[in-house]
Ligand binder design. Structure first.
Ligand code: ZN
Length: 594
């Protein structure tokens, strides 16, 4: 491991370097006896990356500013074992599952949960992606049982997660719904129920209490309240996702009710950063995560975050003006956040002055953990038949190589598939696909046996569309659609760094002029040959990444009447199956001049 820079919360900005841990710093022996040490090791946004993530997803800027290879379950395990001591509680901040590679996704992410159990994870906040397959499926992941449609995985009947999933701001819409979310509070659950009477009926355990060295540490789970706009609506139709701060404050009261004053928030919401900085820097730009970290009840001592896939260690002020740790550990198992703290045995509260945090990059220069390597290999072998399943055929290579207009044959094919998948439920009229999301090409001769028969396997299709993005449809005006297309080009108010030409469905055509000024480049938009007016409405299908304003396509955020549909990979595979043999689409939808 490289040298670690430590964020020491209470020492007025002092950042010590070297491997100094607070447990080695008792002022005197009697004082040392009055506090006990606790170490938290935290992960967030693992997203099922059992195998070392490839490309930029598998690289991380380290403490020295070097970009290094990072991540992979067997390396996470090695680093966790090296960092864990007898005072350790392993925790996580959500999106452990959902939007996962095929090795995990093919088995409804049971392999990833089993890995987390093997790591010794004790508590995790739910993330938005924990709801990707709906609340009922999340309950199955938590409690066990075989999948209602796909049955048991090759590993046999699912036993359920050994760790606790918590989510204090996830409530049932129906105030009379029966809940078992407070069961873990035992004799105190009636008092907790009374406390919640005017608040709502929790759909998930709001808190989890873990004992360490004779003191209880309470964990409050929170998930971004934007969850309903980023997961399929059907699966969460009985739930509401309420304000994170309000929910945390209610959960904090529940913990106090049961005598727990050492309180840690695990929140699946976070902030963006100024890129390229050390994972130990406070590079976070105050946003939705900072709001939560600064506003939750002063009784909360530490806020560990997630969702934005960034790494940072910040010291923020709580509402009482005291320093509070606010951190995140990147994504995909590339960073483990270590937090050391002391709990006062008498008051049972965390000594804020003792809190020290350190983000460790999960490098691959250590030896891979042999047990986890074998575990991952087992699932690789199991998924091979799924990966090799034939989904359709193509008549020639269909590549993601852009022609001068910016279209690619495969990008256009995906847009056509996305329109087909969203026409009925979402009333989509056109589809637009981000070029960066077309991750690989389809080769005519690249079928597993190499026989050159144009077969496209599920594994090949998944390599093209690996994000498990949701298809969504929003309503834009013609003028907003034009603004969206202007946002493809560098410059403009969003300061796009690159020109990114969205891949259009076959029925949508337009012209752009490279040499025209920003804002006047796009003209002649037509849907099915009919000109688009500024005031008409257009139902536009795109993946949830774009609809959320990804790649600086901020005009998507002005969309209304959001509809969420199938996964993008399912849309793609269905289209290949229905339309085989598929020929490479023409790349004549956009006319580029100038
Ligand atoms: Zn998330």
């Amino acid at each position: 491991m490289t040298s670690r820079s430590l964020l020491r919360l209470a020492l007025a900005g002092a950042v010590a370097s070297g491997a100094v841990l607070l447990a080695t710093l008792p002022a005197d022996a009697s004082k040392a006896r009055r506090t006990v040490p606790v170490r938290l090791l935290a992960l967030n946004d693992f997203h099922g990356h059992l195998e070392p993530p490839a490309g930029s997803s598998g690289r991380m800027v380290d403490e020295h500013g070097h970009t290094v290879d990072a991540g992979g379950a067997a390396y996470v395990a090695t680093h966790m074992k090296a960092l864990a001591d007898e005072n350790t509680i392993a925790v996580a901040q959500g999106d452990l599952i959902g939007a996962t590679p095929l090795i995990s996704a093919a088995y409804h992410d049971e392999p990833s949960i089993e890995f987390m159990d093997k790591l010794g994870l004790k508590v995790a906040a739910v993330g938005n992606h924990e709801f990707d397959e709906g609340y009922a499926e999340l309950r199955r992941i938590m409690n066990g049982g075989c999948h209602p449609v796909d049955g048991c995985s090759p590993a046999g009947e699912w036993k359920g997660a050994k760790f606790d999933y918590v989510g204090a701001n996830v409530l049932f819409k129906n105030p009379n719904e029966k809940t078992d979310a407070l069961a873990a509070l035992g004799a105190q659950q009636e008092r907790a129920r009374k406390l919640l009477a005017d608040w709502g009926v929790p759909a998930l355990p709001p808190v989890s209490v873990k004992w360490m060295n004779g003191v209880p540490v309470g964990f409050i789970g929170l998930v971004t309240q934007t969850t309903p706009s980023i997961v399929t609506s059907e699966g969460i139709k009985d739930l509401k996702f309420v304000d994170e701060v309000k929910a945390a404050n209610v959960a904090s009261k529940i913990l106090k009710l049961v005598g727990v004053k050492a309180q840690v928030v695990l929140v699946h919401e976070g902030d963006q950063v100024n890129a390229g900085q050390s994972p130990d820097a406070c590079s976070a730009i105050p946003g939705l995560g900072n709001r939560i970290a600064t506003q939750v009840d002063p009784e909360v001592d530490i806020v560990l975050s997630g969702h934005s896939h960034q790494a940072y260690l910040c010291r923020v002020k709580d509402p009482a003006g005291r320093d509070r740790l606010y951190s995140q550990g990147g994504s995909f198992g590339r960073v483990i956040t270590q937090v050391d703290l002391n709990v006062d045995v008498r008051t049972r509260d965390i000594d804020r002055a003792s809190v020290v945090a350190d983000n460790h990059v999960v490098t691959r220069t250590v030896q891979a953990d042999p047990e986890i390597s074998a575990f991952v290999q087992t699932w690789k072998d199991r998924v091979a038949p799924v990966a090799n399943r034939a989904e359709g055929t193509i008549t020639a290579d269909i590549t993601n190589t852009a022609v001068p207009s910016g279209e690619s044959a495969l990008g256009n094919l995906i847009a056509d598939a996305q329109l087909a998948a969203t026409k009925t439920g979402g009333n989509a009229q056109i589809a637009l696909m981000n070029p960066g999301g077309v991750r690989a090409s389809l080769g005519y001769a690249s079928s597993p046996a190499g026989e050159g028969d144009g077969v496209v396997t599920y594994g090949e299709a998944f390599a093209v569309q690996p994000f498990n993005n949701l298809m969504q449809v929003v309503t834009l005006t013609g003028a907003q659609l034009k603004t969206l297309l202007e946002q493809q080009f560098t410059g403009g108010p969003n300061n796009q760094a690159f020109t990114k030409i969205l891949q259009p469905s076959a029925n949508f055509t337009y012209t752009y002029n490279r040499s025209a000024a920003w804002g006047s480049k796009v003209s002649d938009m037509k849907i099915d040959g009919v000109p688009v007016t500024d005031t008409q409405t257009v139902r536009v299908a795109a993946n949830n990444f774009l609809v959320g304003g990804g790649d600086a396509f901020l005009a998507f955020r002005d969309g209304t009447e959001l509809w969420s549909g199938p996964l993008d990979i399912d849309a793609f595979v269905d289209y290949l199956g229905t339309n085989s043999p598929v020929a490479p689409p023409a790349t004549n939808r956009i006319t580029a001049v100038g």
